[in-house]
Design a protein around this ligand. Sequence first.
Ligand SMILES: C[C@@](CO)(OP(=O)(O)O)[C@H](O)COP(=O)(O)OP(=O)(O)OC[C@H]1O[C@@H](n2ccc(N)nc2=O)[C@H](O)[C@@H]1O
Ligand SMILES: Nc1ncnc2c1ncn2[C@@H]1O[C@H](COP(=O)(O)OP(=O)(O)O)[C@@H](O)[C@H]1O
Length: 284
Amino acid sequence: MKVYEKAPAKINLLLDVLRKREDGYHDVEMVMTMVDLADRLEMEELPRDTIIISSQAGYIPLDEKNLAFQAAKLIKERYEVKQGVYIHLDKKIPVAAGLAGGSSDAAATLRGLNRLWRLGISDEELQRLGAELGSDVPFCVTGGTAIARGRGEKLETIENPPQCWVVLAKPPINVSTADVYGRLRAQHIQEHPSLARMLQAIQGQDFHTLCESLGNVLEDVTLPMHPEVQQLKETMEKLGAEGVLMSGSGPTVFGLVSKESKIARIYNGLRGFCKEVYAVRMLS
Ligand SMILES: C[C@@](CO)(OP(=O)(O)O)[C@H](O)COP(=O)(O)OP(=O)(O)OC[C@H]1O[C@@H](n2ccc(N)nc2=O)[C@H](O)[C@@H]1O
Ligand SMILES: Nc1ncnc2c1ncn2[C@@H]1O[C@H](COP(=O)(O)OP(=O)(O)O)[C@@H](O)[C@H]1O
């Protein structure tokens, strides 16, 4: 038997860091939502007790370092599943981009194997398992739009933001999430974004205020390290995106656009800068 799952990318509409914790993680306050750019997973049961991962993408690990592998291993161990699984990952989400591609693959694996092996695991339990794999995995289990607190695993589902286009551009540089959090110092944070204002904008389906209330304190670390990300933000703004922000720890920059007629200009203008540009819808 085979099951299929879509693993969409996330963007952080708001990302605030409240404090560094004893365990090395940071307490955050984020508003996360999904966009229509997704990896596709195919999972097939194997009679042998083994996990095999394949992918058309040559640049991700296919062994136990792969988050889909880790998710399959975790569920097999925890639920004493003796059968194995073959997982094919059709990667579409850029890797190490701040779009949670690996986390979403892990979450899709948890959902898929729950169905394949008829384990009857609740969403809440899948989220708890996901938290063992990474801070963004619990959100990716259920998706939608949510406020994430703690290290990202404490979730409160909220209404979706007003529907719009999202242009994503990933410059060809590598950013490590651990390194960005590691370099963040409270005194360097220029301005904390207002969660209250963003929630008001979402509740009122007010696109203009949503764009004005975007904010990510990790920009204070990544932008000075990589001036090309700042340049990309400015270019996107000049081309007409109404709200522009770096997603997660970067380096991907996203622009919110209300009118389809603006997309071609922004997309084509960015392609001069970056190979990896996508124009997608917000998933709601
Ligand atoms: C910044 C964010 C925003 O959504 O996304 P990305 O840029 O990775 O997409 C997340 O907080 C990333 O979540 P995720 O990528 O799952 O991180 P994890 O694997 O749990 O942690 C990687 C490393 O980041 C740091 N880390 C992560 C989360 C957190 N709340 N505080 C931290 O300090 C820790 O040093 C940890 O060792
Ligand atoms: N299924 C996967 N897809 C992408 N990257 C993966 C996967 N499993 C493990 N990785 C590794 O995880 C790291 C972060 O990848 P990714 O989840 O795409 O980044 P981000 O959290 O910044 O969006 C990469 O270095 C990559 O090698």
